[in-house]
Design a protein around this ligand. Sequence first.
Ligand SMILES: NC(=O)c1ccc[n+]([C@@H]2O[C@H](COP(=O)([O-])OP(=O)(O)OC[C@H]3O[C@@H](n4cnc5c(N)ncnc54)[C@H](OP(=O)(O)O)[C@@H]3O)[C@@H](O)[C@H]2O)c1
Length: 303
Amino acid sequence: MFSHCRSPGGQRQRCGTRLPVAAPNGAESWLVPTLRKDSMDLQLAGKTTFISGSTAGIGLAIARRLAEEGATVVVNGRTQARVDATLAAIRKAVPTARLDGVAADLGNAAGAQAAVRAVPQVDVLVNNLGIFAAQPFEAITDADWLHFFETNVLSGVRLARAWLPGMKARNWGRILFISSESALNIPAEMVHYGVTKTAQLAVARGLAESLAGTGITVNSILPGPTASEGVTRFVGELARQRGLTFAAMEQDFFKTARPSSLLHRFIQPEEVANLVAYVASPLSSATNGAALRVDGGVVRTIA
Ligand SMILES: NC(=O)c1ccc[n+]([C@@H]2O[C@H](COP(=O)([O-])OP(=O)(O)OC[C@H]3O[C@@H](n4cnc5c(N)ncnc54)[C@H](OP(=O)(O)O)[C@@H]3O)[C@@H](O)[C@H]2O)c1
């Protein structure tokens, strides 16, 4: 997905990725600029990074981005087959990638323990795993609430708790929680999801407070509607039910469900990964305890 941005003569040149996203008027694709690879060293070489739920969507884009930066990347999903397929795909895109994989269901304590056993030391933890489902409030059972809390909140808490002592011993670390604009704009159609995303902000800020004065930072990232695997499947199904194309469904979604979006289109996972790569980097040392938006302007508050 990332184009090389050095011309054959070695000079810097503008680069970008043309994405298969319809513009609101359906006329042309959007040009999404990518980072110039020769313009900023994110100093991630030698860092071990773990990204929960990274065989697809935003997690996969983060894994690939961090691999491009020279970090050692540990990919996670629930099955060995999907983890292996992801490692092969990243290696194909980034032949120099330093990769490892852990198949573990992080929605329960045993899965978290297995991941920690497999990867004793982590420098950058990206708590990306998160599930969503549209459900009327009255239909959300206690079991649903507990399942969402355990998967979306406790998974990150467990991993942070396990890898924090090592980060403290080295006095360096990055912990990121992939929250959502839904943390601020609680969706009426999935209140339980919104609650877990707000809870992540509280956990991240509280943990950052507890680490004041150290070299470890903790931040939340708030993506807006992103064309990940899960969302593309969800929107595609809605489109089928209504007899619309994906592009027409996308236009309708931004007109009716997310009219405050300044992009008027889904964000691409790579656009979220670009912010994550910076926050994961040693260069972001003064960004701490923050809730950082990569939401296409969906949240209308200025600060
Ligand atoms: N997409 C959006 O519009 C959007 C917007 C804001 C925030 N976010 C947040 O971004 C994060 C990623 O969302 P996404 O849309 O990219 O997800 P996605 O496309 O649905 O991908 C889900 C990933 O999580 C893995 N996974 C699911 N359950 C797991 C479990 N119990 N243990 C380990 N891995 C598991 C899946 O791997 P396997 O199937 O291989 O297990 C897959 O790699 C979530 O926290 C979400 O809340 C998304």
